[in-house]
Structure formats: C-alpha cells, structure tokens
Write a protein that binds this ligand. Sequence first.
Ligand SMILES: [Zn+2]
Length: 548
Amino acid sequence: MTEKEGGLAFLPLGGTGEIGMNLNLYRLDDTWLAIDCGIGFSGNDTPEAEILTPDPTFIMEQRDKLAGLVITHAHEDHIGAVAHLWSRLQCPVYATPFASVVLRRKLGEARLDQKVKIHTIKCGGRFNVGPFDIEFIPVTHSVPEAQALALRTPYGLILHTGDWKLDPTPLVGPPTDIDRLREIGDEGVLALVGDSTNVMTQGPSRSEAEVREGMTALIGSLKGRIAVTCFASNVARVETIAMAAQAAGRTVVLVGRSLRNLDVAARECGYLSGVLPFLTEQDVNNLPDDQVVMIITGSQGEPRSALSRIASDVHPNVALGEGDTVIYSSRMIPGNERAIMQVQDNLTRRGVTVLTDRDAMVHCSGHATGDDVRTMYELIRPQYAVPTHGEWRHLTAHAALAQEKGIPAILLEDGDILNLAPGVVEVVDTAPTGRLAVDGNRLLAMNGDVLAARRKMLFNGIVLASFAVDDEGYVIGEPKVSAPGLLDSDEPENIRVREEFANAIDEIPDELRMDDQSFREAAKTALRRALGRKIQKRPLVDVHVLRV
Ligand SMILES: [Zn+2]
C-alpha cells in the first residue's frame, strides 16, 4: 500500500469538476498533511442534497498519520467543511488570523470550538506541521489573507498556490508577494500545484481599484434606493461599496446574516477601519431613499437570501420598487444562472433597475487569468506543473499554459495519488473518493441507500401500504394505501389501487403468509403490480404487515 512507501506524494480528494470542494493531501514518507477542507453547493444536479463535502474516508482511516490541516483562505470551498468533517479527521488546524476568526465562528455554531486546536499563523509566516516545513506567501484573492504555501521537504520544494490573482492595487491587504515567489523560484521548485479556475480568461486581471472607481461613479449618478449584492467574504468589495456610498453622502446598511457575521470577523482583524460602522436593516425605513446604500446577500439567487425575499416582496424590513437600483457586484457561478435570472426578473417586474458588470465596472474576478498564470510560471520555474481546482477544460487550458513555458504538466482526477519524488513523477495509485451530503446535522453518502431512496421519492413518489393479519396470516379489515407526492387520497386512482392491492394480497399463497419477511415481499410485488398498470411510474414502495 502506498502509505507505507517513502517519498513525497500529492492526492486531491475533491477539487476537480463543476463543484470544486477542496481537500488536498500531501504525503511525506508516512505522514500526511491536509490542505483546505471545503464544501460545494450542488445546484440543480442533486436537488436532494444542497451542501456537499468530499468523502474523507481514505484519510480518516489513517488519521493517526495525519499531522494537520492547513487552510489557505476563508472561502467556503476551502474552509466550509471543517466543522462537518473535523470529528472524522481530529487533527490540529493552521490558518491566518482572519481565517481563524471565520473558522472559530463556524466551529462555535457546531459546538466544536472547545475541541479543535487552531494554530493562528501570521500572513507570510513559516511553521512546521509534523515533518512538513511550511511557508505562507501572501497572495491577492477575493477574501483577505489568502496564502500560497511553500512546502519544503527533503525530496524537494512544492509551491501550492491556493486561489490567487495578480492585482497591483488590491486595496485591502498586500499585493501578491512577487519578490518572495521569485526567491522561491531561485531555490528550485519541484512542482507547482496551482489553481485553474480563471485561466481561460485572457489578458491581465482587472484591479479592485478599477472597481472602486467604477462603483463610486455609478453610485454617485443614481437616485432612489440602491442595493449592492456581493459575496460577504469579499472584504475589499464591501469596503469599495461603503467608500462609494460615503462619497455620495449615503449611509450603509447591511442586509443578511452572512454579511453581519463577516463584518464582525473583518473588524475584529482590523479591516474596514476606514469605514463607519454599518447600520442594520431595521434602520432602513428611517433613512430617506437617496441617502442609503444597502449591501445585501443573495448574488447567486439563493432562495432564502435577503435579495430573493425582497424581489418577491416578502422581506420583513426592506422593500424596493420604482426608481430603485440593484447592482450585482459579482459573477454568476455556473449552475446558478436560472436562479439569478429569476430574482432579476422579479426585481424588474417591481420597477427596480438591475445593473451588472456588463453595464458598469462593478466587479473583477479574484482568480488568476491566463496571463497571471504565465507570470507565476516565469517566477517559480518548476520542474512540473500540476493543475488543480477547476473543471477538466480549465485544467487542460492550464496545462497548455505550462507547456508553453516548456514545463511538463500532469492532469489528475480526484483520488489520483501522484508520486512526486523520488523517481518518476506519475500517478502510482488511486484512493477512494466520493461526496457526502450535509443533511440537517448528519452527513449522508451521495451514493448511499438513504439518498437513493430520496431521489426515487423525489421523481417517482412513494407508496406505502399497511394491513393487519391474524396469526394464521389472513387479512383483517381493509388495507390502507397512501401515496404522498403521487396520488391524492380521495382520487379514484387511489381507490382502484387499494382495491386491486386488497385482491392481490388475498391471492398470496398460504405458505408465504406465515413468515413476515416473505409475506411482506410478496405484498410489495402485489402493490407494484397494482400500481404499475396505469400510473406508468416506478415509485418507492413499502409495505407494513401488522400481525395482531
Ligand atoms: Zn477562493
């Protein structure tokens, strides 16, 4: 088995594909290191499960060899699964001050804050996790304190970029530390393991400073109420909106729980210090329409978000209408288009003007463009490129950029174990992978029985029948049949099914009636037959036999 071998290996467990939930593993001789532990949102593909995590079984089964979990930044797809999976991993966690504050709040909600040891590491800090010698390198991203990692091992140096971009004027936090990256390149790098999300965009990244200019001009030109929606964790963007509002003589109100949480975390870490404290949504109606800017959650069309409620006119405190404007300071995450369009349509129906980054310079991506990635390869000059975090076409485009620089690239699927050193850099083994669904306070396997049954119920309905029998197995009274989500109880079809089922169970041979299990199976077959003829669906079927 691979974990007994020496050397250095890399194993991604969840970053590939449309729903990128990062859980990366490195093995140095017989010790593992985890980097990031994120959730994904399932979108329309799996309506039975909204929030997903990677299945950590592979590393859980050898957690005595797991030295720690390092968080690169505080985005949900990198940090969101820690509270869900930590009890399976049970290792110390390492993060920057801002990511630590965000994580501690999440762990508090899960009542794990007393159990999890979080080591707060300063931005750009160097620290050891077991045998791994790790250096944080500050990079710009759409959340404060994103860090690339330099992993120094006896077998070579790995640069793990995390999410990053180049922006000479990020406005909150320092720009990507180009000089340090070049010095690391000078040291000699075995492999660059890097983000691929935005490599298909050409040209250099746009800057947050351009967004601030665009936002200030736009907000200054508008009358009526203004609401701006963006990701809560994008502290630079929240500051941009607040500064633009202040310049226009407008007061800023936060609407939505995740924004209030992030505001507390950001101010605790010293961010937003140049911005007046935000008011809450209860204050909106005390302010004249042209003296308020609301920053609001719901840029992805999330049905329970504040913006979706306002668009449907069911928000308890805030209403928007004729003469008001909603600005989307965000991108559409693939899979969310329909939900976003529906919210925008509802807003337009109320007379609200909807503006997006197509109308004004109100958004820029937090991920490296193709040009940024080229620059990174010029700085790092690795022997190998390992594209991660993206769909297959992004990984392929990233590989092409590396090869343009003469650097061989290796494409991995989740679960591939890549030997980095010594010897040939190649996939040597695969680990089992999968997804878990967050279901209330439980985690369910996406390919397990519970969710399979729920999928079947969702599309084909469920039919439950129950009847009582005496100790010789003869039916007493009438069977009951219910089919929620399939048939109304007083509909003629339901009555027909019940009658056909009653006749069919009367015909079950005597020898099957004495054993509960075989009686139940025979009754299920009878129920399926009674249903099948006319409904032309294959619902989930269950039968309860009560022996009295
Ligand atoms: Zn990110």
